[in-house]
Each structure stands twice: as structure tokens, then as C-alpha cells.
Design a protein around this ligand. Sequence first.
Ligand SMILES: *Cc1c(COP(=O)(O)O)cnc(C)c1O
Length: 406
Amino acid sequence: MHKHHSALGLATTLSNAARGIDIAKHGPVQPVTLIRPHAASRAARFFVEKFPGRSMYAVKANPSPALLQILWESGITHYDVASIAEVRLVARTLPGATLCFMHPVKAEEAIEEAYFTHGVRVFSLDSIEELEKIVRATREAQDLTLCVRLRVSSEHSKLSLASKFGAAPGETKALLFAARQAADALGICFHVGSQAMTPEAYANAMERVRAAIVEAAVTVDVIDVGGGFPSTYPGMEPPPLDRYFETIGRAFESLPVSYSSELWCEPGRALCAEYSSLVVRVERRRGNELYINDGAYGALFDAAHIGWRFPVELLREPDSHARDMEFSFYGPTCDDMDHMAGPFLLPADTRAGDYIEIGMLGAYGCAMRTAFNGFGSDETVVVADEPMASLYTTDEREVASNVVTL
Ligand SMILES: *Cc1c(COP(=O)(O)O)cnc(C)c1O
């Protein structure tokens, strides 16, 4: 892996190198993923220090072993895994980590391997069938922490997780009661949907938890408020994370749970969104449409399919002084759906051959890449500059000043 001070530094260095050996007039032909270890480490330390309970990392947001290592070194000891491949990955990468298998619908073979081979003791479920599966697969183990997933509203979130999983109000009493019989420790978990834009989302979900506990009259040992903690994107700037933590802490304190009960959370996006960005090249301009070399089948699935607006920045030296205008992007595949509506604000003179950095792709960006149509690349470069936006620092990124220190 190469190290560069900044995104612009990378574009100019590679561009000069390429020119020198006369491969092409320009720099990297493939999209390049920029990695910012310090940003992931800062996010992890923030959760470890400030969340009023235990923070575990939801691995699906970005399963990169390098990231797992950074989070571990920054104090994240528990990992929310959802498939046997994620169980194996984390067990192999971080042998000391505690794994929690939080997918409510698992293969019985996966539960068995997780329990007997990898020492997994925490499982989630949202049905009696799943409870029976867990009991069978672990041969009636007596050391399980079983977390019953409740269905809660996703109304405050940008990505709903309200339809697929979670026990409905009429089902929770019997399920909590049955899980209590099978569990050493009983938990209740939920997920308010991804990118929850207000702490209210958690306050409302905690009211559902309260109602479920009161109705079932069971002793609960763990409250797991799931993921959903936001990052910051254009047009989606959330309140500070401390406000979420305060709201959750207050709600937890007022629940009818035992004194020794624990509070957990499972952030994915909030821990890794700032970890990576992508440098793409403009291959063609047609009016206000830019044809770039990554897209819906690369790291930009969310930009294409749910209209997510990632921050963008033209990496050109000297800086363009043209005013900004709104662009949309086409990705490199031959598919019309490989289109990202944006709008993405870039200088009006942006043209073919320019490099653009697309920010905040550490969560659900790099993790979702495919090689469809022969496009995409694994090239990765570590940089030390600030991400385009951050929930964890108020420092404004100064691209121009980074060039000097190259
Ligand atoms: C996806 C997922 C998470 C992480 O969600 P974010 O919105 O990225 O924080 C946490 N828990 C479960 C069970 C999930 O499915």
C-alpha cells in the first residue's frame, strides 16, 4: 500500500508518475479507494468513550480486515456478525473478539458452527422457529445470551429496516417468555433503520421495549439499541451524536430492567463512513452529465439506487475558479441503471480527464462493489488528510494546504 498525504496529492503524484513513464497523459485509470485509518480510529474512540454502554461494530457496513484491526486497536471488542462468513472472518482476523450473531434468520448449520467452533454465545431471533433452531443447533446450551428483536418504526431513518425483521407487538410476549426459559441472559434488540436523523427514533423504540417488558413480565439483562447512528452527507446533516447518546442513556435508565443489566449498541455506518472515499476519473462530459469510472455496480450502489448524495470534490491543480453547478453521474457499465442522479455540485468547467473525490464511502460503499462488466478495482491508498465531512471533528478540510506538505 502506498501512503499519500491527501487526495489531491494522490491524484497529482500518480498523474506525474504516469506522465513520466508515458503510460498515459493522466493518472490512475481505475478508481482508487482512499483509506483514512485515523478517521475510523477517532470514530471508534468516540463511541467507546461516550456511548453509555458497550459499542459493537456491525461488520456488514465494511468488513475490511484492515478496518477491523483499527477498530479493535481503538477499543471495539465486540462485533455484530450476520453470516457464517462474517463469523469466520472476524474470528480469523481478531481472535480475541467477542462475536454476536445478530441476524434473526440463520441457517441451523451456521448457528452450530458459530457456537461450537467459534465460541459465539450471543444470538438474536424474532420468532419461535428461530428460537427452536438455536436450541437444537447448540444442543440446548445453557450459556446463551438470546436477544429478541422487536419490530420498531423506521420513520426517522433514511433506510428502512422495519419490514423484514422484528417481532410485532402481538408476538413479543410469548417470544420473550420462551426465550427467557432457554437463555442464560435475555436481551431485547431493535434497529431503527439506517441513518436515523433524530434521537427521537431511539426514544420511541425504547417505549416499545418498555411496553414489551411490562407485558411479558420477564427479567431482561441486555438492551441492544442496534445501529442506525448517522453519518453526515449533503442534505443529511444530523444533530451531534452526543444527543443520541443522552437520549438513549436516559431512556435506558428509566426502563424496568435489573440493576446489572447492560446497554449495547451496534453502529455500522457511524464507525466507518469516514474511513474511505473514492477517486474517480471523468471519461466524458455530456452537458451536465459526467461519465465516471465507478458507479452503481461499484462503490456507488446507494448513490444510484436510493439517491444518496455523497460529497464530491474536484481534484485539480491549480484549483478551478469556475462557479459550482449541478451534475449527475453515469457509471462505467453498459447499463442505463448505472446512473446517479445527485445532484453533485462541482465547478462548471469540470471535464473529461478530471479526477473527482467522492467522500464518505466507508460504509456500504466499498463493501458492496462488484466486478460486473469488468469494471471496478481494488486499488487502495492510505491518506492522512481529513475526510470531506466528519461528525467527530469541527476542523474544516483544507485541500490546498495539503499540497504544500506533500
Ligand atoms: C445493518 C445492521 C446494523 C448497522 O446498521 P447502521 O445503520 O449501519 O448503523 C446493526 N445491527 C443490525 C442487526 C444490522 O442489520
